[in-house]
Design a protein around this ligand. Structure first.
Ligand SMILES: *[C@@H]1O[C@H](CO)[C@@H](O)[C@H](O)[C@H]1NC(C)=O
Ligand SMILES: *[C@@H]1O[C@H](CO)[C@@H](O)[C@H](O)[C@H]1NC(C)=O
Length: 343
């Protein structure tokens, strides 16, 4: 797996939460014996990106690719049962309609009602402790029976390579699917969250991505280049100038990989990536840009990373461009979601 030898568990109580977007991240994977005084995990290494076996899970992944997803974290669901997905579909549809009839939902439109589908998406879970992904689609039923229902919202809850010790420590009756991704109107997203909150006694919070998380993605995606054409590496920085200066930097994927390769060659473990390597890689890119444009990027913050494999924005929006290496992306995001989850 993903460097399991280096994973250490941290008791849920010592995790911190309620942090805002701008604070530095603390990530889950750490060399044993080096917990900081605060008990937070700082990343020192993670597994290199691994190709996703597309032949097995093509359908699953087709659902997730191409849309833009807004991320949230979710606390564990109380008494969520995979055998009751049909029932949940009916209850959520009824809930949305009832809320609409109370006059809250002016912007939803003229539909006669909603049809909701819940489905379990098998094959994304990596570890025994990971719960299976749940995918939800909401269709609006047209006023006229001849018209076809229109998909108005979709979303999913997932857990990929969740910290096993934390997951095992949850009381029975709880299912942890910490990463919630949605695409559709904010109104419907709010209704879905509210129904989940009432039904499973859980709560949601927004999930922003720190510069450190984006650095990891830039490095992990670049590392895929020899086996999978990443197309380009685009980086976006926001500079603390008046007015704010946004810097967009597109790196030729081959150049990015050469830089990455020159950095990684110095270290031993082929399938592990260390945080120092990631930092050296980003510093290398920044040096290059300084030489050309005389801008000190280290003064700014990285706000977005994009390759043909996907994109991720600081404000918690992602796009999955390709099903290759989806596990790597979802592992990282699951980790971010678990770190934000209040215990
Ligand atoms: C993907 O899975 C299939 C079926 O199990 C297997 O035959 C194939 O070799 C796998 N491909 C890779 C790249 O691992
Ligand atoms: C949903 O995904 C589409 C396709 O990528 C995107 O254009 C749209 O902005 C997304 N909508 C929301 C609300 O995230």
């Amino acid at each position: 797996g993903h460097g399991s030898a280096r994973q250490v568990a941290l008791s849920p109580r010592s995790r911190s939460y309620g942090r805002s977007c701008v604070e530095p991240p603390s990530l889950f994977w750490q060399t044993p014996g080096r917990l900081t005084a605060l008990g937070q995990r700082t990343p020192t290494a993670r597994g290199a990106a691994k190709a996703y076996n597309i032949t097995v899970r093509m359908y699953t992944v087709a659902l997730l690719v191409q849309n833009e997803w807004k991320l949230s974290y979710v606390t564990p669901l109380y008494r969520f049962q995979y055998t009751k997905l049909k029932l949940y579909s009916r209850h959520l549809a009824a809930f949305i309609l009832a809320e609409k009839q109370q006059g809250v939902a002016v912007e939803v439109g003229m539909e006669a009602g909603f049809r909701v589908t819940f489905s379990a998406v098998f094959g994304l879970a990596e570890k025994e402790e990971d719960a299976e992904t749940v995918f939800i689609q909401i269709y609006s039923k047209p006023m006229f029976a001849a018209d076809t229902p229109k998909m108005v919202w979709r979303g999913w809850l997932t857990c990929v390579n969740g910290d096993p010790e934390y997951l095992r420590s949850l009381p029975p009756d709880f299912v942890s699917l910490p990463l919630f991704c949605s695409n559709g109107s904010e109104y419907l997203t709010a209704r879905v969250k509210s129904w989940f909150g009432r039904t499973f006694d859980c709560s949601f919070g927004s999930l922003c991505l720190s510069s450190a998380t984006l650095n990891w993605l830039a490095a992990l995606w670049t590392g895929c280049h020899p086996t999978c054409d990443i197309g380009y590496l685009k980086l976006y920085w926001s500079m603390p100038t008046q007015p704010t200066l946004d810097v967009e930097y597109t790196v030729n994927p081959h150049d990015a990989w050469e830089l990455w390769n020159s950095i990684c060659a110095q270290d031993g473990a082929e399938d592990m990536v260390s945080v120092e390597e990631v930092q050296r890689f980003m510093a290398g890119l920044e040096t290059h840009l300084f030489r050309h444009f005389k801008i000190y990027l280290s003064a700014g913050s990285l706000v977005k990373v994009s390759t043909a494999l996907g994109s991720a924005h600081q404000d918690g929006k992602i796009k999955i461009g390709s099903s290759d290496y989806i596990t790597t992306l979802l592992t990282l995001l699951t980790e971010c979601a678990l770190l934000k989850t209040p215990v």
